[in-house]
Design a protein around this ligand. Structure first.
Ligand SMILES: Nc1nc2c(c(=O)[nH]1)N[C@H]1C(S)=C(S)[C@@H](COP(=O)(O)O)O[C@H]1N2
Ligand SMILES: [Mo]
Length: 199
């Protein structure tokens, strides 16, 4: 060794080849919430996919956790520049949830208890790319991190992974959610550094 490279400002930061541009490595798990943490009892939890013609597909906690679940290990990247590598989750693939859904719409608005929303193209939720996660590191997902269940879309910036998600609404046109309305990028690919509108 002997050579220590310094980042901007002279601060040393962990970096790794698997980090997207502009990101630094963190080993803790920061909590980022735009509002208070809702407490959602499991007997009042439900998740609904609403199609563009108003058809609803709803799962309560019992039905949801009876679906086949997957163990997921992925890197996550927050737009505030922290990345966390190899995070472990358990959840239901969106492929499973969309099996019984008929839709011609290409865009999705995720809705959360508390009013948070975020938009994602449907194709970014399918083919093994997204889950409704309810365990982290082998434990029930903590409320601060979105428990009982959150959307997990690890290939996009983490603001797309809506905590306390309670539904997906199919949309014919792409519309901005909470942060996208405030100037965040409509798509949010961390490898292309799509942080803000115009990136
Ligand atoms: N409902 C809801 N989901 C949310 C947020 C939020 O404020 N409310 N923040 C987003 C942002 S900006 C990030 S970086 C991640 C943070 O998740 P964490 O608190 O588990 O680290 O959640 C995303 N999902
Ligand atoms: Mo974020």
């Amino acid at each position: 060794m002997g050579i220590i490279s310094r980042g901007f400002g002279g601060r040393r930061r962990d970096s790794a080849p698997e980090l997207p541009p502009g990101q630094y490595l963190t080993h803790d798990f920061p909590v980022l919430s735009a509002g208070p943490t809702p407490r959602i009892p499991l007997d009042r939890w439900s998740f609904t996919i609403t199609t563009e013609v108003g058809q609803k597909h709803t799962w309560d906690w019992k039905a949801f956790t009876a679906l086949p679940a997957e163990e997921i290990t992925r890197d996550i990247h927050c737009v505030t520049k922290w990345s966390k590598l190899g995070t472990s989750w358990k959840g239901v693939s969106l492929d499973t949830l969309f099996e019984e859904v008929e839709t011609a719409a290409d865009f999705v608005m995720a809705h959360s208890t508390g009013g948070y929303t975020t938009n994602v193209p449907l194709e970014d939720l399918l083919d093994g790319k997204a889950w409704i996660a309810y365990e982290f590191d082998g434990e029930p997902l903590e409320e601060e991190h979105g428990g009982p269940a959150r959307l997990l879309v690890p290939h996009l910036y983490f603001w797309k992974s809506a905590k306390w998600v309670n539904g997906l609404e199919m949309m014919l046109d792409d519309e901005p959610g909470f942060w996208e309305t405030a100037g965040y990028h409509m798509y949010g690919d961390p490898w292309l550094e799509q942080r803000y509108t115009g990136d």
